[in-house]
Write a new protein. Structure first.
Length: 157
């Protein structure tokens, strides 16, 4: 299942990057990530490994990941593997005057019985993924637009 979504945010790229590229901050807008842990960090982030706990519908599962691309204030990509799926995701940032344009491209490949379920229930899976993505982007936009370029202090978190 492939997803692609773009959002224009009323703030500089550096502020979007502040919320996007740090796992602890990303948890503030990623609705289903309840825990994240860096297992091994590399100096340039490429090859950094991590583990996330993802919760959906009252159930949790762990996913292990690796950063596959890291260009500060431009793009971040990672591959995550879990019991039920493999996810490749990349975020791209582009400057639009005083605004930022954030695009995410994700490829979600289900495993075992979930693979068959995703074929049968594709519209339901797609609707849920798009709904979650929209909620996350709305939350990220709120965080990015709430204050100045320094680490924001606002009532959104």
């Amino acid at each position: 299942m492939k997803l692609n979504h773009t959002l224009e945010i009323n703030c500089p790229i550096e502020k979007v990057w502040y919320w996007l590229a740090t796992p602890e901050r990303a948890m503030a807008w990623q609705t289903n990530v309840s825990n994240t842990e860096i297992l091994h960090q590399t100096p340039d982030w490429i090859g950094t490994t991590f583990r996330e706990t993802v919760e959906e519908n009252g159930r949790s599962t762990e996913m292990e990941g690796v950063v596959t691309k890291y260009v500060e204030n431009q793009s971040l990509a990672m591959r995550m593997e879990g019991q039920y799926n493999t996810v490749d995701v990349e975020w791209y940032l582009e400057k639009l005057g005083e605004h930022s344009c954030l695009t995410v491209e994700a490829d979600i490949r289900f495993k075992s019985f979930m693979k068959w379920m995703s074929i049968i229930l594709w519209p339901v899976f797609m609707w849920g993924a798009l709904k979650q993505l929209q909620e996350e982007f709305t939350r990220l936009e709120e965080l990015c637009e709430c204050g100045d370029i320094t680490p924001p202090i606002c009532n959104v978190v």
